[in-house]
Ligand binder design. Structure first.
Ligand SMILES: [Zn+2]
Length: 485
């Protein structure tokens, strides 16, 4: 994710003014969070709600592992109504007398498990509690079908603006947000720890079209409606799933190795975006040279015409706000390795996503001829006295603070790490990291161990000063290797 620059500036102004800004990193503002804990804890915990994230304990569910979300939706831009059937294939990791899915708003009209009607109830903010007609045995694969519909919810996020399901200015709609988005349009196990494959069949009135993750499938027509199909076989976290409905201009191409590229431009998208997006092969080639082979089966982009508060690394096909530029394209595509292929385990590990994706912007600048050591020293002199710049922690920063620090201090931290261990350790360590954890989950402490082992150095003090502590690191860590002069 990359936040809209002007919004970041606005938030800073407000902070400086001493006003209380609630960063609703979408788990809810503290008041909502409190209410959530107060109203639904007992039943939800018994039902296996919560996948164990310390910052968002109610997110996701225990007891099963989703393999595939097969989503059939119908969306009418005129009425803004969505109707869907979500067919979810999962493996029970426990004996399940009942289990939960997460769904925000929308009405559920029926649930079947294994083809037989199941009881269901709504609890708390977003729990859909399902009781199958017979318990599912641990280790068994089972299929749940949820029939639902209504007007999807938009999340109003104090720091990001609109998030989740969003109606666009062009009359279409799209889903994007972090950490929450998917559950505004389909029932899901909404935790990054449960990655699954995805199939989407989206039916819209003729004249509209639909873009999602992965590879394009067949388009079929029935009585004034068209159904668009997409399939993503590489497992993806729910926050990286998207669907986008508009009167898209679609541009198809291929990467040099044959990977299909689908770029979608909403009506009204600035003509300046196409030449930016046309540099994707060059961007991915640079990133491959640093991070290892491109880990996705497809590539591309979704350019919306709206000035939304963020751009997001939706898997294979990032969503770009109207303000996005080439640096944003570099950032969101770096996430295809860091965030999408190797997914954080907990939101406390967000630096694994954002520090790396933000540092890739510097790698691009270096590719274009900039001396990064000069830039580091120059910007360091400007920022030395800035409490705001140095105070955020880059690891385990606390719920609501995930997106402070990682975009700027995080870049400094990674450049210092690179100079501490040397290029001949740093880049091979990134490549072995993306290879070892491909399509999986990993934590920030695992990354520290990985780099320390690769370097043969004792890096505890370095990591403590840069990633675990608040404040400016001592000169020994601030100016390692060639940065000292
Ligand atoms: Zn990002």
């Amino acid at each position: 994710m990359k936040a809209r620059p002007y919004l970041v500036a606005l938030v800073l102004v407000v902070l400086v003014a001493g006003l209380l800004v609630v960063f609703r990193t979408p788990g809810g503002d503290p008041a909502q969070q409190q209410q959530r804990q107060d109203t639904s804890p007992q039943a939800a915990v018994e039902a296996g709600a919560g996948a164990g994230d310390p910052y968002y304990p109610a997110d996701g569910n225990s007891g099963y592992d989703v393999r595939l979300y097969n989503l059939a939706i119908t969306y009418d831009p005129g009425s803004q109504r969505l109707d869907g059937v979500a067919t979810i294939t999962a493996t029970a990791t426990d004996d399940l007398a009942r289990f939960n899915l997460d769904l925000e708003g929308l009405d559920v009209s029926g649930v079947e498990v294994g083809g037989r009607p199941a009881k269901f109830a709504r609890e708390g903010d977003h729990e859909l509690v399902i009781t199958p007609s017979a318990p599912v045995a641990k280790g068994g694969q089972f299929v749940t079908a949820v029939t639902y519909g209504g007007k999807p919810t938009t999340i109003n996020d104090a720091s990001l603006g609109r998030s989740g399901w969003q109606v666009s200015s062009t009359g279409g709609a799209f889903a994007a947000g972090q950490p929450h988005s998917a559950t505004t349009w389909f029932p899901a196990n909404d935790t990054p720890r449960d990655k699954a494959a995805l199939k989407v069949a989206a039916r819209v009135p003729d004249g509209w079209s639909v873009v999602s993750n992965g590879l394009e499938g067949e388009v079929t027509k029935d009585g004034g409606w068209s159904t668009f199909r997409w399939q993503e076989d590489t497992p993806l976290a729910t926050y990286l799933v998207t669907v986008a409905i508009d009167r898209w201009e679609i541009v198809r191409s291929q990467l040099p190795g044959g990977t299909p590229v689908v770029d979608a431009y909403a009506p009204g998208t600035s003509a300046q975006k196409k030449p930016v997006q046309a540099r994707l092969p060059e961007v991915l080639a640079l990133l491959e040279s640093k991070f290892g082979p491109y880990p996705q089966r497809a590539a591309g982009s979704i350019w919306v015409a709206d000035q939304i508060g963020f751009s997001l690394e939706t898997q294979t096909r990032p969503i770009y706000a109207a303000w996005a530029d080439l640096e944003t394209v570099v950032h969101e595509n770096a996430h295809q390795w860091f965030g999408d292929s190797v997914t954080l385990r907990s939101w406390a590990d967000i630096c694994l996503n954002e520090c790396l994706a933000s540092y890739s912007q510097w790698l691009w600048a270096e590719h274009e001829g900039e001396d990064l050591d000069d830039r580091y020293r120059r910007e360091l002199e400007q920022k030395r006295g800035s409490t705001r710049f140095w105070s955020p922690k880059l690891y385990d920063m606390g719920q609501g603070n995930e997106f402070r620090g990682v975009y700027d201090k995080g870049i400094f931290a990674l450049h210092a790490l690179r100079r501490q261990v040397g290029d001949d350790v740093f880049f091979p360590a990134l490549r072995s990291w993306t290879a070892q954890h491909r399509d999986g989950n990993a934590s920030w402490p695992q990354f520290e161990d990985h780099v320390a082992k690769a370097s043969g150095q004792q890096l505890d003090g370095f990591f403590q000063a840069w990633f675990h502590d608040s404040g400016i690191p001592g000169d020994q860590y601030l100016l390692p290797g060639v940065l000292r002069r």
